[in-house]
Design a protein around this ligand. Structure first.
Ligand code: NCD
Length: 311
């Protein structure tokens, strides 16, 4: 199969097929078997620019750690206030400047469409590291890889997606990505934070979906729960947050109603939606999920930069 990621932008997970995602997962498996020197040979002398206009821990650091692990280097904007953006420079000029320094860039921005815009104005490949409430495709890639590694398969899984389904961008990429693998998805949220209609329309006929308010209705029946943070900073009114905060709290009592091998996933950061007591249970998979982030991102960058990946 021809490397479907070579030279491409990663803006929406919808731009990639089931076969493309499986190709990435095979590469993710492969790079874990490479020697230190083989790994360093994947991107020698290449530079990754991380342009982050919103806070991040895992996404930025895992991208940077991934690039270093495959022999490349990184330059970063982590705080727009320390750059010429503070002087009024626009995104166009920032991207046009950074493109002359780097081989590939990751952009996180509060505006929907920002990553697509950046990709259109630069020849260098752009990865969407989160675009407003729209999408976060590489998060979904690592989420689905985690399911594959920990459950042994992706097809025909039953997954509950819980929390802020309206503003959580990881939710949209996950739903669109999972739709390739015939899932049954239970969407659990307060009525004010239900998934946006655009996704329901898009997913029609591609995934079995049902909407719920109560986790207890469905917890006994699922392979995994994917818990999300209420996106406080994206709610239009602080009073809205007061209404929905603490809507869902995953604790050991709730988990006892699920299957013994129920997986608890979360893109992190968490606020109060998963109690720390859950961390000690074998069900807690969110830190392993974050570890897979570095591996999947290293595989992805390697594929974007090398037409012929290693055998
Ligand atoms: C998420 C994000 O930024 O969309 N975090 C992440 O990248 N792992 C989720 C969130 O902020 O709640």
């Amino acid at each position: 199969m021809i490397n479907p990621f070579y030279g491409r932008d990663i803006i929406s997970i919808r731009d990639f097929s089931k076969l493309d995602l499986e190709y990435l997962f095979r590469m993710s498996d492969k790079i874990q078997k490479l020697s230190h020197d083989e790994l360093k040979g994947l991107a020698p002398g290449k530079l990754l620019g991380t342009l982050f206009f919103e806070p991040s821990t895992r996404t930025r650091l895992s991208f940077e750690a991934a690039m270093l692990s495959i022999g490349g280097g990184t330059v970063s904007i982590v705080e727009a206030r320390t750059t010429s953006i503070e002087k009024g420079e626009n995104l166009n000029d920032t991207v046009k400047t950074v493109e002359s320094y780097v081989d590939i860039m990751v952009l996180r921005h509060h505006m929907e469409g920002a990553a697509r815009f950046a990709a259109q104005i630069t020849q260098k490949p752009v990865i969407n590291g989160g675009s407003g409430i729209e999408e976060h495709p590489t998060q979904a890639m690592l989420d689905i890889y985690t399911l594959l590694k920990l459950r042994g398969r992706i097809t025909n899984l039953k997954i509950a997606v819980i929390g802020d389904l309206k503003y959580g961008r990881t939710v949209y990429s996950l739903l669109y990505g999972l739709a390739n693998f015939n899932p049954q998805i239970f969407l659990v949220s307060p009525p004010d934070l239900m998934v946006r209609d655009e996704a329901l329309i898009d997913l029609e006929g591609k995934a079995k979906l049902s909407q719920h308010e109560n986790i207890e209705e469905i917890i006994h029946d699922v392979d995994a729960i994917y818990v999300t943070r209420i996106q406080k900073e994206r709610l239009p009114d602080p009073l809205e947050y007061e209404k929905v905060k603490g809507s869902y709290v995953i604790d050991n009592k709730l988990l006892s109603k699920g299957r013994e091998d129920l997986m608890v996933l979360h893109p992190l950061p968490r606020a109060t939606e998963i109690k720390s007591e859950v961390d000690k249970t074998p069900n807690a998979k969110y830190f392993i999920q974050a570890q897979y982030g570095k591996i999947v991102r290293a595989a992805l960058i390697s594929l974007m930069l090398n037409e012929q990946p290693p055998n």
